[in-house]
Write a protein that binds this ligand. Sequence first.
Ligand code: IPE
Ligand code: IPE
Ligand code: MG
Length: 257
Amino acid sequence: MDTDLCEHTLERLSNLRLPRHLAVIMDGNGRWAERRGQPRHVGHRAGIRAVRTIIEAAARLKLDALTLFAFSSENWRRPKGEVRVLMELFRATLDRELERLHQNRIRLRVIGDRERLEKPLRQRLDHAERLTRDNAGLTLVVATSYGGRWELAEAARRLGEAVRRGEIDPEQIDEECFAGALSVPDVCAPDLFIRTGGERRLSNFLLWQLAYTELYFTETLWPDFGLEDLGAALEDFAGRERRFGRTGEQLGRIRHA
Ligand code: IPE
Ligand code: IPE
Ligand code: MG
């Protein structure tokens, strides 16, 4: 990859207690362009560089998984021209980067409603997933045409079908079984969530998986997001105490006066 990541910063970050899985809402492309008096698509194109930076950083820091929200179920409501630019940008970026992702042993998974994507893009996604299926490095999950409610409804439908076929009994449906029916059941829930662009909402992202994720919001617009911004989020995460319902004492917390 040809981003210019600072080795010194990477080394400093690699000594932190890092998330295994990082999930990101890449927001603020449109505003980035508008502030420069440019049309919104300029911001989407500028955002690609930040995508490369975060993928390379996640791989170099040896995170298990990185999930990027590229296009939501609700983004279909945007003007046709903007949707076309976003889909075309996704296709072109995949064509340009796939070989390099594969060389870097990255396993690509795409989640979301593929039926709504155009066939050439769907075929490329199938090919990219097949090509990288056995890679043992970073799992890169790209959420496109994705909504958390869509994913939950899909899981419920799959379980319903399994019940109808007599493969499972309704009594067997517990949290573990339900999680197994989600889009990427072999990837652990995100430990850290980052949203750029200043909005403080989930916008229908990973509704099940974010139940106990640490949330981090930054005003930085996505095209400006770089290694230093990622570092600030990782440092913040490293300082948090994750209790999962227990008390601090139970976790053996060392209290400072
Ligand atoms: C994020 O940037 C990219 C997508 C949603 C596809 P936006 O396009 O939402 O940018 P803002 O939020 O309007 O600035
Ligand atoms: C969320 O961003 C989706 C992606 C970043 C792909 P939006 O900018 O579409 O979210 P809302 O509509 O402001 O909540
Ligand atoms: Mg936005």
